[in-house]
Ligand binder design. Structure first.
Ligand SMILES: Nc1ncnc2c1ncn2[C@@H]1O[C@H](COP(=O)(O)OP(=O)(O)OP(=O)(O)O)[C@@H](O)[C@H]1O
Ligand SMILES: [Mg+2]
Length: 315
C-alpha cells in the first residue's frame, strides 16, 4: 500500500457532474491506483474529458465524492487541486507559445519553491532531450509532440503525484504519438506518478494501461483489466470502433450490474451504435464515430442500478 509520501490514489464515487445545467456524468465510479496507468475510453461525447475536469475542479459536481489519497477534494478549485500535486494536461493551450522553452519551465517554478524548481530542471531536461536542444526557442516553433513534451516537463517540475492526460496524442502523426506515449510510460515508471489517461487510440492506450474504464453516455460500462476489454467480444465493436476478439478470453459479465431487462435494452441500442461506429472506424478514424455515441445513449436508458464489479461490465 502506498503511504502518504508515495500518494496518488484517486477515487471517484457515484459522481454526478456536468456544466451548470448540463448534467453529463451519472453515478460514475472510478479508481486510479498509485503509480499505475489507468485508461479511460469511450465514444465521443461520453464524458471522458468531463471526468478528468471534474477531478481537477473544473466542473460542477452535483453529488458524489472525489478523493485523493483518501481525503476529499470534491468541489475544490483547480488551483487548490494543483496544490495537492495533481496535474491536468489539456489537449491544447498547454504551453505559453510566446515564451521560450526555458521561460515556460521557469514559469512552472513560480508555483513551487524556486530552489527546488532549479534543482529539478536538469533532470527534467534529461528526460526530454528534444527540449534541451530547443531551450532558447519559442514554444510556438515546437511540433505538436514536442509541445506535449514541454507540457509534461512543466508539470514534472511541480513533482505531481497524479497526472491527468486528455488525449495527449490528438492530431499527432503516428510516429510522434508513439513518442509521446512512450514518454508518458517513462514518466510513470521513473517518477512513480499515477497516470490517468484519456486517449483516442484505444488499442495503444489499452495496451499500456494497468486498468481500463469504458464510459458511455456518462455512465460506467466496463471497468477491469485492459486486456479483457480489448478481447471482449462485443464492447470494443459497440463503443470503440474496434473489433473484439477472443484474446484475453473476456466474457460478458453484464448480469452483474443490471437486471435482464437492462441487459436487453443496452444490447439493442448498442447494436445500432456499433454498426455506425464500425463504419467510422473503417474510414480510418481511431475514435469511435458518432454512431457509437448513439448506441451508448440508447444503452444508457437500459442501464441498471448495479455497481460495476472490478473486471465486470455494467450492461
Ligand atoms: N463547457 C461545456 N458546457 C456544456 N456542455 C459541455 C461542455 N463541455 C462539454 N460539454 C458536453 O458534455 C458532454 C461530454 O463531453 P466530453 O468533452 O466530456 O466528452 P468526451 O468523452 O471527452 O468526448 P471526446 O472524445 O469527443 O473528447 C458532451 O455532450 C459535450 O457537448
Ligand atoms: Mg474529450
Amino acid at each position: 500500500m502506498a503511504g502518504k509520501e508515495a500518494g496518488g490514489a484517486v477515487r471517484v464515487r457515484a459522481l454526478e457532474a456536468g456544466y451548470d445545467k448540463s448534467h453529463i456524468l451519472f453515478g460514475v465510479d472510478f479508481e486510479a491506483a498509485p503509480r499505475e496507468i489507468t485508461v479511460i475510453v469511450g465514444p465521443n461525447g461520453c464524458g471522458k474529458s468531463t471526468l478528468l475536469k471534474s477531478i481537477f475542479g473544473m466542473c460542477a459536481v452535483y453529488s458524489g465524492e472525489i478523493l485523493l489519497d483518501g481525503a476529499s477534494i470534491t468541489g475544490m478549485a483547480p488551483h487548490q487541486v494543483a496544490r495537492k500535486r495533481v496535474a491536468y494536461l489539456p489537449q491544447v493551450n498547454n504551453v505559453f507559445a510566446n515564451l521560450t522553452i526555458r521561460e515556460n519551465l521557469a514559469m512552472a517554478g513560480y508555483t513551487v519553491d524556486r530552489d527546488a524548481a532549479a534543482e529539478r530542471l536538469p533532470h527534467t531536461m534529461e528526460t526530454f532531450p528534444d527540449l534541451k536542444a530547443h531551450e532558447r526557442s519559442k514554444a510556438s516553433v515546437l511540433s505538436g509532440g514536442q509541445r506535449q513534451m514541454l507540457a509534461m516537463a512543466i508539470s514534472l517540475i511541480r513533482r505531481p503525484h497524479v497526472m491527468l492526460f486528455d488525449e495527449p496524442t490528438a492530431g499527432l502523426s503516428p510516429k510522434l504519438a508513439e513518442q509521446v506515449i512512450s514518454k508518458i510510460r517513462q514518466v510513470n515508471e521513473e517518477y512513480g506518478i499515477t497516470v490517468i489517461l484519456v486517449e483516442q487510440n484505444v488499442r495503444r492506450a489499452l495496451s499500456m494501461g494497468d486498468m481500463a474504464y469504458l464510459l458511455a453516455s456518462g455512465k460506467n460500462v466496463f471497468s477491469g483489466p485492459p486486456k479483457e476489454l480489448l478481447g471482449h467480444p462485443e464492447l470494443g465493436r459497440m463503443y470503440l470502433g474496434i473489433g473484439g476478439g477472443p484474446a484475453g478470453g473476456g466474457a460478458v459479465k453484464g448480469g452483474k450490474g443490471g437486471g435482464p431487462a437492462a441487459g436487453e435494452e443496452a444490447g439493442a441500442g448498442a447494436g445500432k451504435g456499433g454498426e455506425k461506429g464500425g463504419a467510422g472506424a473503417g474510414k480510418g478514424g481511431e475514435k469511435a464515430g458518432a454512431g457509437a455515441g448513439e448506441g451508448g445513449g440508447r444503452g444508457k436508458d437500459g442501464a441498471g442500478e448495479g455497481r460495476p464489479a472490478a473486471g465486470g461490465v455494467r450492461a
